[in-house]
Structure formats: structure tokens, C-alpha cells
Design a protein around this ligand. Structure first.
Ligand code: SAM
Ligand code: DTB
Ligand code: SF4
Length: 323
């Protein structure tokens, strides 16, 4: 049974379980709820890069940090559809378009994004966008264009949030998530570890995620990619065991959710990643770039899938099962 009433002490107890017991428990829950040989393969494309007015301390795309990311205006629809076709041919079933915006504005650029959503949806892929804050009407328009999922991360605990971002609040994030839900679009919402947060902050973030009225359909767990020029460039590298612990805890709290092993794979070995899949991760971003930073190539991932006996999950799977 899915629970939305996990308490902080309960979550702490799960999070603090000795690692191998945690992996075993998470793997058991995973087997009860999901086809464990399947991993969803998503491809990301940055459709508008850099020059962002926000001050997220981790982000290479914030205009105020000198990170060497070239600012690029919104891509043309045709170009985006070409990338989507390539991603589909390489085995991706979800295509996620990211824009370095603080929020969506009702202008020509948004109309173009709506056209991109229509185009990718017609190709038979799950379409996801991450465009910053949305109001109710904008969420509705995206839904009408065929948007399947909206990514909007909480990143960390509400307590630690203001240490990382000062240009918006945690409540702003929650309002957008609510607007997405109301529009009937599935929610993709997770966080980043390695920002300097405590274990308590991680537990609190997992508490917020698992206490939402409905669990997000997907929860990306990102390891901080330390980008030169950002305030967090000298943070210590995230320990893979911490990724495994986060993934395992998320899996136990939200058994039916897709838990995505997101940023950070470029620095992980195949065995590190295998442990993450064992602990319940069942989604990845594929393709040699995330938004602006490196990620393993399709070829490397194909080899890993072969080695581990994993299969890519088909698009719109749960909907198909209902037919
Ligand atoms: N601007 C929109 C927003 O912030 O919602 C969408 C794009 S933003 C780049 C999407 C997410 O990428 C952020 O919420 C954050 O979780 C993640 N992200 C950005 N930079 C990262 C980094 N250096 N390491 C790990 N994750 C990162
Ligand atoms: C998410 O949780 N991780 C992705 C996606 N959602 C948009 C982004 C990771 C970005 C890593 C830094 C970069 O490549 O710019
Ligand atoms: Fe802008 Fe999103 Fe990066 Fe924050 S995470 S600086 S909002 S692109």
C-alpha cells in the first residue's frame, strides 16, 4: 500500500539502516511493485541554455556565475524534433526539454515550446519539460499540447533551501507542483545531494516528497555535478554510498514511483550503478550530455544494460496495462 503519512522518525530509521540491509529491503519492495529488469531511458535536451536570472548555487546556467556555458536562445522546433528522433532511435522513451528560465512567460517562446511538445508527443515518446515556475493556465496549456510529465525539483529540505537559492522560495516550488497536478500532468520531482546539506536535510526532503498528496510519478536523485565558477565548485565529491542510501530510502517510501539515478553517472562505475539499480533505481538519463555537463554515451549504457541484463522500459507503460 502506498503511504503519504511517513513520519520523520520512521524515515530516519529507514535511512539509517545498515547499508546492505537497506539495499535488501529496498530491493524487496522494488520486486513487489515493479518489473525489476526494466529501466526507463530518458533523454535530456537543453532547448534554451544559460543566462538564467536565478542564483541556484549549483547551477552552471545561472547568469551571475562565470562557468563558460554559452548562452543560447530558444532552439527551433525542427532542430529539437531532430534530436528527439535521434533519442528515440537510440532507445529513449522519454524526452525531456529543459530551459534555463526562472518561470514561463506567455509569449512567442512559450508558443514554440507548446509546438515542440506536440511534435514530440506525436512521435510516440513521453514528453517532459522543465521550464521553471508555471501558473495554472500555463500548466493547462502544456497538458493540452500533450505534455506527459513536468520536472520541477525541490532540490533539498525547506530549511536548507535558502542557503542554496535566494531568488525564489520553497513555497514557490510547491505551488508550481500543485499547478502541474491540477492540470493532470504527471509530476517529476526530486533533489540533489552534495550541496553541503546534512543527513537530516536529506531525510526532510524525502519526507516532503513522500508526503505530497500523491507521490511524484518520478523522483530524480542527482549527485551534485561540481561545475567550475559556481559557488559549490569545491564541495566534496558525493560518495556513491550516499546515492545508494538515498535511492533505497526513496524506493521504500514511494514504492510505485520511478526513481531516477540522475546527474552523477559520469563519475560512477558500472558496479556503482548496479548497486543503485539493486536499491531500486529504475530510470536514467541517457545521451552524452545532461543539460550542459557530460553523461555516459548511449553505447556505454547499452553495454551496461547488456552486462546487467536490463531492458529499456516501454513508453506509457502503465497506461498500456490499463487498456
Ligand atoms: N530552470 C528550471 C528549474 O530550475 O526548474 C529548469 C532547469 S534546471 C537546470 C533543472 C534541475 O537541474 C534543477 O532543479 C537541479 O535539480 C538540476 N541541476 C542543475 N544543476 C545541477 C548540478 N550542477 N548538479 C546536479 N543537478 C543539477
Ligand atoms: C533532474 O533532476 N536532473 C536533470 C533534469 N532533472 C533536468 C538535470 C541535471 C543537470 C545537471 C547539470 C547540467 O548538465 O547542466
Ligand atoms: Fe536557472 Fe534552473 Fe539553473 Fe536555477 S537551476 S539557475 S532556475 S536554470
Amino acid at each position: 500500500m502506498l503511504r503519504n503519512d511517513w513520519t520523520l522518525p520512521e524515515i530516519k530509521e529507514i535511512y539509517d539502516t545498515p547499508l546492505l540491509d537497506l539495499i535488501y529491503r529496498a530491493a524487496t519492495v522494488h520486486r513487489e511493485y515493479n518489473a525489476t529488469g526494466e529501466v526507463q531511458v530518458c533523454t535530456l535536451l537543453s532547448i534554451k541554455t544559460g543566462g538564467c536570472p536565478e542564483d541556484c548555487a549549483y547551477c552552471p546556467q545561472a547568469a551571475r556565475y562565470s562557468t563558460g556555458v554559452d548562452v543560447q536562445a530558444l532552439m527551433k522546433k525542427e532542430q529539437v524534433l531532430e534530436y528527439a528522433a535521434k533519442a528515440k532511435a537510440a532507445g529513449s522513451t522519454r524526452f525531456c526539454m529543459g530551459a534555463a528560465w526562472r518561470e514561463v512567460r506567455d509569449n512567442k517562446d512559450f508558443d514554440r515550446v507548446l509546438d515542440m511538445v506536440k511534435g514530440v508527443n506525436q512521435m510516440g515518446m513521453e514528453v517532459c519539460c522543465t521550464l521553471g515556475m508555471l501558473n495554472e493556465d500555463q500548466a493547462k496549456r502544456l497538458a493540452d499540447a500533450g505534455l506527459y510529465a513536468y520536472n520541477h525539483n525541490l532540490d533539498t529540505s525547506s530549511e536548507y533551501y535558502s542557503e542554496i537559492i535566494s531568488t525564489r522560495t520553497y513555497d514557490d516550488r510547491l505551488t508550481t507542483l500543485d499547478n502541474v497536478r491540477k492540470a493532470g500532468v504527471t509530476v517529476c520531482c526530486g533533489g540533489i545531494i552534495g550541496l553541503g546539506e546534512t543527513h537530516e536535510d536529506r531525510i526532510k526532503m524525502l519526507h516532503t516528497l513522500s508526503s505530497l498528496p500523491q507521490h511524484p510519478e518520478s523522483v530524480p536523485i542527482n549527485a551534485l555535478v561540481r561545475v567550475k565558477g559556481t559557488p559549490l565548485e569545491n564541495n566534496p565529491k558525493v560518495d556513491t554510498w550516499d546515492m545508494i542510501r538515498m535511492i533505497g530510502t526513496a524506493r521504500i517510501l514511494m514504492p510505485g514511483t520511478m526513481v531516477r539515478l540522475s546527474a552523477g553517472r559520469a563519475e560512477m562505475s558500472q558496479s556503482d550503478q548496479a548497486l543503485c539499480f539493486m536499491a531500486g533505481a529504475n530510470s536514467i538519463f541517457a545521451g552524452e550530455k545532461l543539460l550542459t555537463t557530460p553523461n555516459p554515451s548511449f553505447e556505454e549504457d547499452n553495454l551496461m544494460f547488456e552486462l546487467l541484463g536490463l531492458k529499456p522500459r516501454v513508453a506509457f507503460k502503465d497506461e498500456k496495462e490499463l487498456v
